[in-house]
Write a protein that binds this ligand. Structure first.
Ligand SMILES: C[S@@+](CC[C@H](N)C(=O)[O-])C[C@H]1O[C@@H](n2cnc3c(N)ncnc32)[C@H](O)[C@@H]1O
Length: 326
């Protein structure tokens, strides 16, 4: 069998270019500094939502869900993730891999899990490998319809749509795990976020977990403020604010890791994927499956997407527990 490093260098080249050059590639999206870069990109990419003042779809009448932000996203791209397919193909796999690794470390009861804001259901499917029953909730009608079709063969997932989590009939016996992958960050209204967290926390069993991969910026508030400016789509809350808010609902962050993101905290695997000659050739030929395979191979072999220490990252994996008394 070929050594992984040999396979990698054959597929991807030496990979010794500096990762610092990564941002310049995106000059077409946002030519300014790294900070403005991301802010401009998110503002531009999500301009439709901002211009129409579109709230997250949970706030909309489900009858009108056909015109909301997420519905438009799923119609246009077939998913609710990054619009750029090169980024999406890496990011979604990177997130799935990281959440899968974390789930594998959990001991204890694995009865019912909730995938909160399931999108097209990729994480629900992952949860279904670990939990007896999975409730996959999303407020957007078309998003849930697509998720249902995509995972039709998976018997232990129940896809549910409701205008908000408050109207969702959840397991009386309580949840062992709630997963939120870039969902809470989209609830912009403070009281709505608090009500959502209160409801989610109430539905967790004592000792149950909330695993949240969310934008949670480091102590330097100016970074968060710059990102928030002009963004009507994401909270970009500072980490301290998340801790405090979660704590108010009896959820303590037990373990925290910084997670890769392609702009502020790119992992070497991302850089190699981005620069790979094979991937770029596949991209030109429209061979998306080959691009996906490149991403998967790099993610599996380099395993470099999380950092335990402080690092200037936007995305954090917050592993929270519900206290016994909460
Ligand atoms: C960025 S996507 C993430 C989807 C999925 N978790 C994933 O990572 O593939 C955000 C999702 O959150 C859903 N969403 C938006 N507001 C929500 C709310 N208040 N409650 C629950 N889900 C919400 C959207 O419909 C969308 O599917």
């Amino acid at each position: 069998m070929l050594a992984p490093s040999l396979v990698l260098s054959t597929l991807y080249g030496s990979g010794h270019e500096s990762s610092g050059g990564g941002l310049s590639r995106y000059a077409i999206l946002a030519p300014d500094g790294a900070q403005d870069h991301f802010a401009a990109m998110t503002t531009r990419v999500y301009a439709r939502g901002s211009a129409e003042g579109a709230p997250p779809c949970a706030q909309q009448d489900p009858e009108e869900a056909g015109v909301d932000f997420w519905t438009e996203r799923v119609r246009r791209y077939g998913h609710t993730g990054w619009c750029d397919p090169v980024i999406y193909d890496f990011e979604q796999r990177a997130r799935l891999y990281t959440v899968a690794r974390r789930l594998a470390t959990y001991a204890g009861q694995k009865d019912v899990a909730l995938d909160f804001g399931t999108g097209t259901g990729d994480f629900a499917r992952l949860l279904a490998c670990h939990y007896r029953r999975v409730v996959a909730f999303d407020p957007c009608v078309e998003v849930v319809d697509l998720a249902r079709r995509k995972h039709a063969g998976v018997a232990n997932i129940e896809f549910r749509q409701a205008p908000s989590v408050a109207q969702l009939d959840l397991a009386d016996e309580g949840l062992d795990l709630i997963l939120s992958v870039t969902v809470l960050d989209h609830i912009l209204d403070d009281s709505e976020l608090d009500e959502t967290l209160a409801r989610l926390a109430r539905k967790l069993k004592p000792g149950g977990r909330l695993l949240a991969l969310e934008y949670a910026v480091n102590a330097d508030e100016s970074a968060a403020l710059a990102l928030r400016k002009g963004n009507a789509y994401q909270r970009f809350s500072p980490l301290g604010e998340w801790r405090e808010r979660l704590g108010r609902h009896g959820l303590s962050v037990e373990r925290l890791t910084s997670f890769h993101d392609p702009y502020h905290n790119p992992a070497p695997s991302w850089e190699r994927y981005r620069k790979s000659l094979v991937r770029r050739a596949a991209h030109r030929l429209g061979w998306r499956a080959v691009e996906g395979l490149c991403a998967q191979l790099l993610i599996l072999s380099l395993r470099d997407l999380e950092w335990a220490g402080e690092r200037p990252s936007l995305l954090k994996l917050m592993d929270c527990r519900k206290g016994a008394g909460a």
